[in-house]
Design a protein around this ligand. Structure first.
Ligand code: FES
Ligand code: FES
Length: 163
């Protein structure tokens, strides 16, 4: 008997139909079945946050879900942010504020920030720290990441009052 399960998800705005082994992790499904390699797999202990995506509007560590649990849900990965060759304001801000070095954590960091800004357009530095608390970075020291999120917030919501 096959242990493969049919799943239907919306990913980066497009419908996707497929099937996955019942025990396949969502991060593996996104990377190896859907082929979106921007979502990273950094640990297998749900610690690092490099696998973070947005699921139904909230940040989610895709290594903590089975692929079948995504059935019927709406997912956004890092590939869903840019408009063609134009970077999303968060991506541009990370670049401008030097908020990445090796880049391994960056897609997860950006997706956590994206979920945060969708719920709070003018977060304080402490709220940003809280928003990225599940994302580890061994390179930047986090300060430029906070600056990048503030920069993106100002551009996305110029009336927000963020200094
Ligand atoms: S791969 Fe590290 S938290 Fe998911
Ligand atoms: S930029 Fe290297 S781990 Fe964050």
């Amino acid at each position: 008997m096959s242990d493969r399960v049919k799943i239907g998800i919306t990913i980066n705005g497009a419908p996707h139909e497929g099937e996955a082994p019942a025990r396949m992790l969502l991060v593996d499904y996104i990377r190896d079945v859907v082929g979106l390699k921007g979502t990273r797999y950094g640990c297998d202990t749900s610690n690092c946050g490099s696998c973070t995506i947005v699921m139904d509007g909230k940040s989610a560590k895709s290594c903590t879900f089975l692929a079948v649990q995504a059935h019927g849900r709406e997912l956004t990965t890092i590939e869903g942010l840019a408009e063609g060759s134009e970077l999303h304001p968060l991506q541009a801000a990370f670049q401008e504020a030097h908020a990445l070095q090796c880049g391994f954590c960056t897609s997860g960091m950006v997706m956590s920030a994206h979920a945060l800004l969708s719920q709070n357009s003018d977060p304080s530095p402490d709220e940003i720290r809280e928003g990225i608390i599940g994302n580890l970075c061994r390179c930047t020291g986090y300060v430029p990441v906070i600056e990048a999120v503030q920069l993106a917030a100002r551009r996305l919501d110029p009336k927000g009052g963020n200094p």
